[in-house]
Design a protein around this ligand. Structure first.
Ligand SMILES: *[C@@H]1O[C@H](CO)[C@@H](O)[C@H](O)[C@H]1NC(C)=O
Ligand SMILES: *[C@@H]1O[C@H](CO)[C@@H](O)[C@H](O)[C@H]1NC(C)=O
Ligand SMILES: *[C@@H]1O[C@H](CO)[C@@H](O)[C@H](O)[C@H]1NC(C)=O
Ligand SMILES: *[C@@H]1O[C@H](CO)[C@@H](O)[C@H](O)[C@H]1NC(C)=O
Ligand SMILES: *[C@@H]1O[C@H](CO)[C@@H](O)[C@H](O)[C@H]1NC(C)=O
Ligand SMILES: *[C@@H]1O[C@H](CO)[C@@H](O)[C@H](O)[C@H]1NC(C)=O
Ligand SMILES: *[C@@H]1O[C@H](CO)[C@@H](O)[C@H](O)[C@H]1NC(C)=O
Length: 781
């Protein structure tokens, strides 16, 4: 820049000073005024249009004034810029004179920059143009802060705990600011209080808040101060510690379930979430009002105010329908205010629980024949049972036969029960979880007595009534009728009736009917049967002999078993025909008639009671007579054993040669006779002693008769014996029906078995000399 230019600019300044003195901008008159705002410390751009109206014209000079004092000029003729040093400190003024409109930008604005600026544009032709800019420099206020009612400052914008519903009284203050700022309370973006005003303290403005606190308005409470649109409002956020109960507690399953459905015995994980509580809530679990202390596990997210607790439950059947509750309790609040809970109902599914019961009256386990039986399958199940099945003795009951048509419903109905229905019953119920079978129920069917098998049986001397009944019969009614007698009515407590209880002779048949009673009912049809009692008669005697003693024949027998007495008889050959005819009959072996004469045989030796022989008199016998011995008891007599006296035995019956004297000793001289007799006897004795070695008096002469087998017998025996044997045969055939003694004179049958010799040796020692062991009948003396 040369010297000439420096001179020019000094000239212009002087000129401007001159004009300044003489010319003052009058807003509205000299030109329009624009209102413009800018922040203290910021920058602002003032615009001025220097364009010409006609092309003939020419822009010459631009000058900016602050309160009529020039601060900048530009001379278009020599392209010269000038700025006031006192204003443009630090080069804070920048000009752009090329763009249209031209602009000057003032940065680092100070409070005293608030002034009326105007620009003056001079043209070659046109008149001078003036544009005013009323610049307002905004001074921002201080950051808002809070005071308690009592004037104490709130530290760190954080206030002491409140409960919901408490009224917050708090003052928000702002220092300075031009223009004076507006102070407002906001909850979030919602204006809650705009009633600000000047404080007692100069240059301070305030807004006192009265606010009932809620979860919502306390969450984001702030105080805003603003005095311009150019800058965002100054915001002070207030943090309120507000005790709050949880507003949402919710339970939901997180594992081990099928949707919401639990399964018995299967562990499931459930979660409880509590939202909105402050401070951290205590989460507790309750199952049907029972506090669950275990398995609970709580976490806390303070930012989200979210608390979570987990519980593992292993449900049992009783838990179905139970309520599971999660209770969130705020420890800082009264339980009544600070608790919230969620409750769910447990849906526990399980295989059915089954039990059988009987409907109607009667015991569970027993039923009387023909009664009805209604069984019910009592079931507890979740979900419900969709199928029932019944089992009888472990096999599935299918409809039909002894069962009705309904065998797959909850009830099993048997209208008329029979014995076939006795057994064990079970039912099975099925739901979607599984099938369960009930503990079997054993059902007994009671029925009245009925005959079984032959009904009545005779075993030895006891009649038995064979009946089936349940329970077993306790009373038996008997109607017995021995042949030819009246009916006898008896009652026993057991099925056995000893024949001893029946009175009268029982020598033929007996008609027996029995009926039992078991408390359920009497027998419908009596059991009936007729028995022959013949088998109960004693066996035929085998060991007998004839003896002659004291002028009489005797029959002597070793008693056979079960004989109570013997019947002896004498048979004689008929004179008109050749058959044996009954001559005499008697009995022997009396005593207690019902007592058997012998009980049994042990080791082949007859065991006798008292005397081991029974003996009975026969009177006199003639040659060819036959003597019979039959063993008898109350059921009749056995076939007789027939014996014929041996010749020897018959000889013994002859009277001695001197019997004549014995017969006629009455009249004459007793003494002479005695002498003669004594002499005779003495002589006879001497003679006999010399002649015979034995001197026994007429001892019992015994003959044992054993008939050998028929051939032997027939070979060796004479003709009349053969005749006798023929009569024996005819007798045998008739004897099976009735006693031969009673209805005919036919000879009794003969036992032809050989007597065992051992018995003789054992019991009688060495056979006496007059005993003959012949195999057929013969006489011996
Ligand atoms: C003026 O202020 C604005 C923002 O207010 C800024 O972006 C700009 O850079 C400033 N200009 C100057 C020249 O300082
Ligand atoms: C400029 O603005 C202020 C307020 O910002 C006002 O008081 C003053 O009167 C205005 N001046 C003119 C000339 O309009
Ligand atoms: C609680 O929250 C759950 C989900 O987190 C929602 O489904 C339920 O509706 C809420 N209950 C209430 C009462 O707000
Ligand atoms: C308890 O919490 C721990 C950690 O959060 C987790 O691993 C565990 O499974 C939880 N227990 C139960 C029973 O939920
Ligand atoms: C329980 O769950 C089962 C299976 O999901 C369903 O069928 C049944 O209806 C539920 N019971 C209740 C009472 O909700
Ligand atoms: C004798 O009677 C008893 C009892 O009744 C019987 O056991 C036995 O068999 C009978 N003996 C004979 C040989 O009949
Ligand atoms: C044999 O004679 C007797 C009378 O002596 C008589 O009772 C019996 O019937 C006769 N028997 C026959 C088979 O003629």
């Amino acid at each position: 820049m040369d010297h000439r230019m420096r001179v020019t600019s000094a000239l212009i300044y002087l000129l401007l000073l001159f004009f300044t003195q003489v010319y003052t901008f009058i807003p509205g008159v000299d030109g329009p005024v624009i209102h413009q705002e800018a922040l203290e410390g910021g920058n602002t751009t003032l615009l001025c249009d220097t364009s010409v109206d006609t092309s003939a014209d020419e822009f010459m000079l631009l000058v900016w004034y602050k309160n009529n004092v020039p601060i900048f000029s530009y001379d278009a003729r020599n392209d010269h810029e000038w700025s006031s040093d006192s204003f443009n400190t630090g080069g804070r003024l920048k000009a752009d004179v090329v763009s249209q409109p031209t602009a000057i930008t003032i940065s680092a604005l100070r409070q005293d920059d608030q002034a009326l600026f105007h620009c003056r544009v001079d043209f070659l032709v046109s008149p001078t143009r003036n544009i005013g800019v009323n610049l307002t420099v905004i001074v921002l206020p201080s950051q808002p802060f809070f005071l308690y009612e009592d004037g104490n400052k709130v530290e760190e914008n954080r206030i002491r705990p409140f409960h919901e519903g408490d009224t917050l009284v708090l003052i928000c203050l702002v220092i300075g600011g031009r223009p004076p700022p507006r102070i407002s309370w906001y909850s979030g973006e919602t204006l809650v209080d705009a009633s600000d005003g000047a404080s007692d303290i100069p240059n301070v403005r305030e807004n006192e808040l009265y606010l009932p606190l809620t979860r919502e308005n306390a969450a984001d409470l702030s105080c805003r101060a603003s005095n311009t649109k150019l800058a965002p409002a100054l915001i002070a956020n207030l943090q309120i510690e507000l005790y709050l109960p949880a507003y949402n507690v919710s339970i939901h399953w997180v594992g081990g379930t099928d949707g919401e459905t639990l399964t018995v015995g299967k562990p499931a994980l459930v979660q409880c979430t509590a939202l909105g509580s402050y401070p951290q809530p205590d989460l507790s679990w309750w199952l049907d009002h029972k506090h669950l202390t275990q398995h609970s596990n709580q976490t806390w997210n303070s930012k989200l105010r979210r608390s979570v607790s987990f519980l593992e439950v292993t449900p049992s059947v009783v838990d179905n329908g139970a309520t599971l509750a999660c209770v969130a309790t705020n420890p800082a609040m009264a339980p009544s205010r600070g608790s919230k809970a969620d409750v769910i109902k447990l849906n526990v599914t399980y295989s059915p629980i089954v039990e059988i019961s009987r409907l109607g009256e009667g015991s569970l386990n027993s039923v009387v024949e023909l009664d009805s039986l209604h069984l019910e399958c009592e079931v507890r199940a979740n979900p419900p049972v969709h199928r029932f099945r019944w089992y009888f003795n472990d096999s599935k009951i299918i409809p039909g036969n002894i069962w009705g048509e309904q065998t797959s419903s909850r009830k099993l109905v048997i209208e008329e029960i029979s014995k076939n229905h006795a057994g064990s019953y079970s039912c099975a119920a099925t739901n979607s979880v599984g099938e369960t079978r009930a503990e079997p129920l054993s059902v007994t069917v009671y029925y009245p007595p009925e005959c079984s098998g032959p009904g009545v049986t005779l075993i030895k001397e006891t009649i038995k009534c064979n009946v089936r009944a349940l329970p077993g019969p306790d009373t038996f009614f008997w109607h017995v009728q021995p042949l030819g007698l009246d009916v006898q009515h008896l009652t026993t407590g057991s099925p056995l009736l000893p024949l001893a209880q029946i009175t009268g002779p029982l020598s033929g048949t007996i008609k027996v009917s029995c009926e039992a009673s078991n408390g359920i009912s009497n027998q419908y049809k009596a059991c009936q049967r007729t028995f022959s009692l013949e088998l109960l008669r004693p066996p035929q005697p085998k060991q007998c002999d004839l003896a002659y003693e004291l002028g009489e024949f005797h029959m002597r027998c070793i008693p056979v078993e079960n004989a109570t007495y013997y019947e002896v008889s004498v048979w004689r050959m008929s004179t008109s025909n050749s058959s044996l005819v009954l001559e005499r009959r008697g009995s022997m072996g009396y005593g207690a008639r019902q007592e058997p004469l012998a009980q049994g045989v042990e080791g082949g030796i007859p065991m006798s009671t008292g005397s081991w022989l029974v003996r009975g008199t026969l009177g006199s016998l003639r040659p060819a007579d036959e003597a019979g011995a039959a063993a008898c008891n109350r059921y009749g007599c056995s076939a007789p054993l027939l014996l014929r006296p041996t010749e020897y035995l018959l000889e013994a019956t002859e009277p001695p040669w001197w019997h004549f004297f014995l017969e006629r000793d009455v009249g004459i001289s007793l003494g002479a006779v005695v002498l003669v007799v004594v002499f005779a006897v003495s002589s006879a004795l001497v003679v006999r002693l010399v002649r015979r070695p034995r001197l026994k008096p007429p001892a019992p002469v015994i003959q044992v008769m054993q008939l050998d087998d028929v051939t032997n017998y027939l070979d060796s025996i004479s003709e009349h014996i053969v005749r006798a044997s023929s009569s024996i045969r005819s007798c045998s055939s008739g004897y099976s029906e009735r006693s031969a003694f009673e209805d005919s004179a036919l000879a009794p049958p003969v036992d032809r078995r050989r007597k065992p010799p051992a018995i003789w040796r054992e019991s009688w020692g060495v056979p006496p000399p007059d005993v003959t062991l012949t195999l057929h009948r013969e006489s011996a003396v």
